[in-house]
Design a protein around this ligand. Structure first.
Ligand SMILES: [Zn+2]
Length: 282
């Protein structure tokens, strides 16, 4: 009896030592496929372990205070991070964090075929979310091994059926032996006010948006914010494409950007391939 209790405690002790990883995802742009929709749609994922989560929350609190975001209000790129100075400061503070990884998936809609996704914006969202989720699972395993425990929290999108998206994703990843879905402990869609970390994901989405979405009076992009957090993007010490940043419809959507910082990038030549399954999966 005594040994049973001891072994049970031992097992619990082992269980609590398994690394816990948390992924927070937010979108940039809208899912629309009509001419009135945003030119890009993408997602940013921020991944942290327990220590990294505490550090990230503190940085979000600090930025909120510096930007005078009222208590109870969700800080967002769109509302509170509008000026160059605000954006530089947010990128510098977040970019200084070390226990954190970032992944991006995005699509430049002008490059899609006319009948892409049959004009179905829910299917388009699902497609991007699936790519994002696979990147998260691979990053979780890469970070903490097969014993990692992962909680993935996508941002809630208004008027979107998240249960249908979850079903779509699970139907794809569960039978796929290349995708370590066993790491997942709680795939959910959450509102933006639930976790401070989701507000960080929103800002990382903003850094991407500024780099790829021509905007403002002169239709310009600004890659400086993205480049100042580039070192946090997965695999950016070798080549961030596609597991750290995946562009759609092809890898060259991102590698041909004038600011793309990967000299001699092997992905520059591989037009026609945008799937992570065609790249490395570890
Ligand atoms: Zn590269």
């Amino acid at each position: 009896m005594r040994s049973c209790v001891r072994s049970s405690r031992y097992r619990q002790g082992m269980a609590t030592k398994q690394p816990r990883i948390f992924a927070y995802v937010d979108e940039t742009g809208d899912r629309g496929l009509s001419s009135k929709a945003s030119p890009v749609f993408g997602m940013a994922a921020v991944m942290v372990d327990d220590d990294g989560a505490a550090e990230l929350r503190q940085v979000v609190r600090d930025i909120r205070e510096l930007f005078s975001v009222p208590e109870g209000t969700v800080m967002s790129w769109k509302r509170h991070v509008k000026t160059h100075d605000h954006r530089r400061l947010a990128a510098a503070r977040l970019g200084a964090l070390t226990n954190l990884r970032v992944m991006y998936v995005y699509c430049r809609k002008a490059d899609l075929k006319r009948d892409a996704f049959n004009g179905d914006q829910a299917l388009f969202y699902n497609f991007i979310a699936l790519k994002m989720y696979k990147s998260i699972l691979w990053a979780g395993r890469n970070w903490a091994g097969e014993g990692a425990q992962l909680w993935t929290r996508f941002g809630h999108v208004r008027r979107h059926d998240h249960e249908a998206t979850k079903g779509y994703i699970l139907r794809q990843v569960i039978p796929d032996p290349k995708v370590p879905h066993h790491l997942e402990k709680g795939l959910r869609w959450v509102s933006a006010d639930r976790y401070l970390e989701s507000q960080a994901a929103d800002l990382y989405g903003g850094f991407l948006k500024a780099a790829i979405w021509p905007d403002g009076q002169f239709n310009l992009t600004e890659p400086a914010y993205l480049l100042s957090v580039w070192h946090q993007i997965r695999n950016s010490d070798s080549c961030a494409v596609p597991l750290g940043i995946m562009s759609s419809p092809t890898n060259v959507t991102v590698t041909n950007e004038p600011w793309f910082p990967c000299p001699g990038c092997p992905r520059k030549e591989t037009s026609g391939s945008s799937g992570a399954s065609k790249g490395r999966s570890t």
